[in-house]
Each structure stands twice: as structure tokens, then as C-alpha cells.
Design a protein around this ligand. Structure first.
Ligand code: FPP
Length: 241
């Protein structure tokens, strides 16, 4: 199972407590640690977290710097632990305009953990679904221009294979905290059949109980993938026959 999380509401959590926004993001990192632990314990196979969107560059310079700093600190402090827990780390998003030292840390995190077989933690950093699709279109157009691909041979599978998430299955389930009910450029292509759960709590308050409850709600859903019979009903009739 692949769970995506839009970790929203750090700023509002902090404002409600009269704290600086950075404190909200710090608590957000703690909630992320907890979510990773819970995902491992609940046998989630892929967890994708939206930690910095391509739109986040328009925030005040100091906040952008704080978020970059938090990611660096997260990798520096948590990578060894994630590796010990057999977690495979993947980063999706645009790396070209990140600082050289951050790019190097992201590469190292992926290289160190690439053979791990436990939870795959996908960090969407400097990520935007439209940007990801645009760069896939550019790669495909280059193949067409080079004469190695015919336009009519372009399939959804080829598009998917040119996304950052190429070898990652689509998310089954996307959670967004803080009461907002939108996708905000997260996994646009991949979310075609995802179920959504929107939670009123802010991200720093997301804990194991909230994760379990959200998963319970997902499991109760009737996923039909455009079909008339649900996957669940088909499974029941298969076991009955
Ligand atoms: C949304 O809160 C959260 C973000 C923009 C960043 C998410 C980041 C973290 C959980 C911490 C950083 C972790 C890593 C690994 C970098 P918001 O600031 O949009 O909150 P608001 O909508 O209430 O202002």
C-alpha cells in the first residue's frame, strides 16, 4: 500500500499557540518521524510526504531557508536511523535549483538506502506535479525528435515511466491535514484513483491514532477504479466461488 501525505498546517498550529512559524515546522518534523514509525509498524510499503512544493519559494526568504535547513537537519539526524530500520529513501522533485550541499545530501540518502527492503519513504521536495509532468513531456519530446519514439506510440505507461516516480506504484490513499480540501499540485498524474481523507487537525498534531483512524476509513471505502463492481466485492465473490 502507498500512502501520500500533504503535511499542512504547521504555520497555523504555531500561530494558534503564539509561537513562531519555524516552531510549527520543527514540530512538523517530529510528526513526520512519528508517521514514519507508524507506517513501518502498520506495514505501509510506500509513504510519500509533501515537504516543499515548487510554490513554497514564494514564502518569505527566511522561511524558505528554515525549511531547507530542516530538511538538511532531518537527513543529518535521521538518516542513520532510517537506514537501520531498513527504510529506503527516495526524493522526488526538481533538484537543479537546490544548493549543491543539499543536492549532495539527497543523493547520499538515496545511495545509502537504495538496497533496503522495508518502507520506501518518498520525500517530495521542491516538487510540483505540473513541473514533473512538464519535464516528462520534455524527455518524451526529445525521444520523438531523435526519432526513437513515434508520437502514436506514447502511452500512459510511457508517460508514467518518465515521471520522477517512475518505479513507484500510484498512491492508494492521500491524507491532507489542516482542513484544506485540495491537491495543491501533489502527485497529479499518480493520484488518478487515490482515495482522499481530509483531517481537520494541523500536521504537528498528527499521531499514530490519527494515522490508524485514517487507514481504517480508507479500508472501509469501496474502490471501483471506474468499474461497476468494487475490488472488495470481486474478492468476496472470488473466495465464495
Ligand atoms: C505546511 O504547513 C507544511 C509545509 C510547507 C512544509 C512541511 C514541512 C515539514 C513537515 C517539516 C519539514 C520536513 C522536511 C523533511 C523538510 P504550512 O506552513 O503551509 O502551514 P499553514 O498553511 O498553516 O501556514
Amino acid at each position: 500500500m502507498h500512502v501520500g501525505i500533504i503535511m499542512d498546517g504547521n504555520g497555523r498550529w504555531a500561530a494558534a499557540k503564539g509561537l513562531p512559524r519555524l516552531e510549527g515546522h520543527r514540530r512538523g518534523v517530529e510528526a513526520l518521524r512519528k508517521a514514519v514509525r507508524s507506517a513501518i509498524e502498520m506495514s505501509v510499503e510506500y509513504l510519500t510526504v509533501y515537504s516543499f512544493s515548487t510554490e513554497n519559494w514564494s514564502r518569505p526568504m527566511q522561511e524558505v531557508a528554515d525549511l531547507m535547513g530542516l530538511l538538511k537537519r532531518f537527513i543529518r539526524n535521521d538518516l542513520a536511523d532510517l537506514h537501520r530500520q531498513n527504510v529506503r529513501v527516495r526524493i522526488i522533485g526538481e533538484r537543479a535549483n537546490l544548493s549543491a550541499d543539499l543536492r549532495q545530501m539527497l543523493d547520499e540518502a538515496e545511495q545509502l538506502t537504495h538496497a533496503n527492503t522495508g518502507l520506501c519513504l518518498v520525500v517530495a521536495f521542491n516538487y510540483g506535479g505540473r513541473q514533473e509532468l512538464t519535464s516528462a513531456v520534455q524527455k518524451i519530446a526529445a525521444q520523438v525528435q531523435a526519432g526513437t519514439l513515434l508520437p502514436q506510440a506514447i502511452t500512459p505507461e510511457i508517460i508514467a515511466a518518465n515521471l520522477d516516480s517512475a518505479d513507484i506504484p500510484d498512491p492508494d490513499f492521500i491524507i491532507r491535514t489542516s482542513g484544506e480540501q485540495r491537491l495543491s499540485n501533489f502527485l497529479l498524474w499518480q493520484a488518478a484513483y487515490a482515495e482522499f481523507v481530509f483531517l481537520p487537525m494541523h500536521w504537528p498534531d498528527f499521531d499514530r491514532a490519527a494515522f490508524e483512524a485514517a487507514l481504517g476509513e480508507f479500508r472501509a471505502r469501496d474502490r471501483r477504479f471506474g468499474n461497476v463492481t468494487s475490488a472488495k466485492a470481486a474478492a468476496v465473490s472470488r473466495t465464495a466461488s
